[in-house]
Each structure stands twice: as C-alpha cells, then as structure tokens.
Design a protein around this ligand. Structure first.
Ligand SMILES: C[S@@+](CC[C@H](N)C(=O)[O-])C[C@H]1O[C@@H](n2cnc3c(N)ncnc32)[C@H](O)[C@@H]1O
Length: 233
C-alpha cells in the first residue's frame, strides 16, 4: 500500500484504488497538495468515535457545502467550484489516479473552495453533520451490470440512508448515468430513501459539464440520462 492509501476499509469496496503508475507530476500533486486539501477526521484512525466534523473549519465560514461522490478525474467538480465560488464542495474518490488528476485540475483552475477525501463516500458520510449538505452529485456511478451485483450500486439503502441524513431538507440530489437499468434502480430506490423525484430525461442541467465517463459513453453510442431529486423533510 502506498502512503496515500486511506485506512484499509472496514467495508467492502469492490472498485479500484490504483491504476497506471502515476506520472512524476501527479506524485508531486499528491505529496504537496493533498495534505492541505484533505478534510480531517474521516478515517477510523483520526476519528475512532466518528464525531461529526466541522465544515466551517474546512471552508473558513458557514457557506453552503456540496458533495460529489466518485468524482473520477474531477472535471465536473472543478467546473462547479469555479462556477460557484461562494459554495464549498467536498469530493470523494477512492481511485488515487483520479485524485491525482483532480489535484492537477485544481492547480490549473486556481480554485480554493474544494476539499478532497481520497476514499469511500460512506466514510465521509459517517462523520458529516446531519443536514449539512446543500447539493449532492452522483455522476456516472459504477454500473455493476450483473444482476447479482446490483446491490453494490450506490443507489441502495446502504448509501442512500446516510445520504438522506447528511442532506438538508429540500436539497437537490443529481444523478447522471448512461445505463438504462441504473436509471430503473435509481427511480425505484432513491424515492424510498426519502427523496422526491423532480425531473428525469435526456436534457442535461444548465450548468452541467460533461465528464470523462460521459464522453466515453457517447463515443460508444450510449445515451446519457439525468435525474434530479429533492430531499424531503
Ligand atoms: C464510472 S466512474 C465515474 C467517474 C466520474 N464521475 C465521471 O463521470 O467521469 C465511478 C467512480 O465512482 C467511484 N466510486 C465507487 N464507489 C465509491 C464510493 N463508495 N465512494 C466514492 N467514490 C466511489 C469509483 O472509484 C469511480 O472512480
């Protein structure tokens, strides 16, 4: 394990944590930038009692905080941070190559309202205060195409119940996917967790920025689908 690995997971995580060997510049971003951008108190080591973390301490004031789950290469997150400088955005991504890509984009864009958890969203949600997130994004979540793996998808109670807890009443939850069966499961399971469906279809949000996975889906002839929910309560 490299020095950038978060604590070995207590939960099953079926995705990849490492990809191709990192470029020298990317290793530099991880060693120079991640320490300052990483929220403290997420890992079991740092916070064994799982006390709620203080978001005002991360962003320096009590601005609205948004959450992006599985930011991949980070293009959407940096775009949102640049477009909405008055908010703070926390992203989670266990795939360290994606984290390194994001850090490069943060440097290039010069945004300062981003916080980066290089690990599982469930560990972050454990310690986020109740009702602390004003908007959440789930862009092209891992599809887990085999029926026997559908319970690994993010749109299951294991993830949605904590997400409901950490979101503010009325807060928006956006899901983008190119997998019709993922749309089906999203429309079934997200409302059961306490979210109201606002819209769904093939039109992207006005402030959407297409991600790497969306570009791949388009090249391969799949059709993006955008779903918006509002947290009830
Ligand atoms: C298909 S990729 C999409 C990446 C990016 N959002 C995009 O659209 O290009 C899904 C990402 O979700 C991440 N992921 C999977 N489970 C996660 C979890 N429990 N918490 C945070 N990220 C997760 C994976 O590591 C992967 O990078």
């Amino acid at each position: 394990m490299s020095e950038f690995d978060p604590k070995p997971p207590r939960r099953n995580f079926y995705g990849r944590r490492h990809g191709k060997t990192l470029r020298q510049s990317q290793k530099g971003y991880l060693s120079e930038d991640l320490g300052n951008l990483r929220p403290r108190g997420i890992t079991l080591d740092e916070n064994p009692e799982r006390k709620p973390i203080d978001l005002a301490q991360i962003f320096g004031d009590d601005r609205p905080v948004w959450l992006e789950v599985g930011f991949g290469g980070g293009e959407h997150m940096v775009h949102m941070a640049a477009r909405y400088p008055q908010i703070g955005i926390i992203g989670c991504e266990p795939f360290i190559n994606g984290v390194a890509m994001l850090l490069g984009k943060i440097r290039a864009a010069g945004v300062s309202n981003v916080s980066v958890h290089p690990g599982d969203a469930r560990d972050l949600m454990d310690v986020l205060p109740e009702g602390s997130i004003s908007k959440a994004f789930l862009n092209y979540p891992d599809p887990w195409p085999k029926a026997r793996h559908h319970r690994r998808r993010f749109v299951t109670p294991e993830h949605l119940i904590p997400l409901y807890r950490v979101m503010k009443p009325g807060a928006e939850f956006r899901v983008a996917t190119d997998i019709p069966d993922y749309v089906r499961q999203t429309l079934e399971e997200v409302p059961q967790a306490g979210f109201e469906l606002i819209s769904e279809g093939k039109d992207a949000w006005d402030d959407w920025l297409s991600t790497r996975y969306e570009q791949k889906a388009l090249r391969e002839g799949r059709v993006p689908h955008y779903v918006t929910f509002r947290r009830k309560g």
